[in-house]
Design a binder for this molecule. Structure first.
Ligand SMILES: Nc1ncnc2c1ncn2[C@@H]1O[C@H](COP(=O)(O)OP(=O)(O)O)[C@@H](O)[C@H]1O
Ligand SMILES: [Mg+2]
Length: 228
């Protein structure tokens, strides 16, 4: 079998201090393999977002190791972390998190603005290419407020893809959408998993979304309690 693209070893995450400590993650061990589409499913507050944040290097765990593509993200300096994140991962959030005063095209392109060694034209070409992939090319000059929730999420997905990362993390990507629109977004994510052979990790409380994935981890109270 291939090496895992994501590997967590004895990961703990605590918030707060003393008697206010919340143990959000408790000795998490898991492996995800290249090209897999997996879901972590559990009730609100069980630690799903925390898990995704530590996997993505957005937050440091309290203890344990996290290997992304063989690189231990817990050992990377604060300064180098954004670069590693940009190369390895795309992140899609429930609330889309587009920048309100940028157009669809600019939102996608903004990821490439700090990248050195690419011309302005090349960056625009790359952004247009991913907007085409999510079927939002015609809306490139629209601002977030001029788009529906589903359209905004498509743009947010394009933004997550423009660096060509091997891994896509999705935190309740359909949570702010009606069920019909949510299905079209899940179809798009499933297509990216298939066509681009991207590794996709989805976290959700929504059991309906498990039909899209190949493997399901059940989470309760900071622990992985089962795998299907
Ligand atoms: N920044 C934070 N500070 C303190 N507690 C937090 C913080 N983020 C999350 N928590 C707590 O950690 C637990 C897991 O939260 P979270 O990962 O957001 O769960 P989920 O995404 O499954 O709803 C909850 O008890 C939550 O209140
Ligand atoms: Mg959450």
């Amino acid at each position: 079998m291939a090496n895992p693209i994501i590997r967590l070893e004895a990961v703990d995450k605590e918030y707060g201090k003393g008697k206010n400590t919340v143990a959000a993650l408790k000795s998490i061990n898991l492996e995800i393999f290249p090209g897999e589409f997996v879901a972590v499913v559990g009730p609100s507050g069980c630690g799903k977002s925390t898990l995704l944040h530590v996997m993505a290097g957005l937050e440091q765990p309290s203890s344990g190791r996290i290997l992304l593509d063989g690189v231990d993200v817990t050992l990377i300096s604060e300064r180098d972390l954004p670069k590693v994140r940009a190369q390895k991962i795309g992140f899609v959030f429930q609330a889309f998190l587009l920048i309100e005063d940028l157009t669809a095209l600019e939102n996608v392109e903004s990821v490439l603005w700090p990248v050195e060694g690419l011309t302005w034209e090349k960056k625009e070409e790359m952004a247009l290419e991913v907007l085409r992939e999510v079927d939002m090319l015609e809306r490139r000059d629209h601002f977030p407020r001029q788009m529906s929730g589903g359209e905004q999420q498509r743009v947010a997905i394009a933004r997550a893809l423009v660096n060509n990362p091997p891994i896509l993390f999705c935190d309740e990507p359909t949570g702010n959408l009606d069920s019909k629109t949510g299905e079209t977004i899940m179809d798009l994510i499933a297509e990216l998993n298939k066509e681009r052979e991207m590794t996709v990790v989805l976290v959700t409380h929504n059991e309906d979304l498990t039909k899209y994935v190949q493997r399901i981890f059940r989470m309760r109270d900071g622990r992985i309690v089962g795998e299907e």
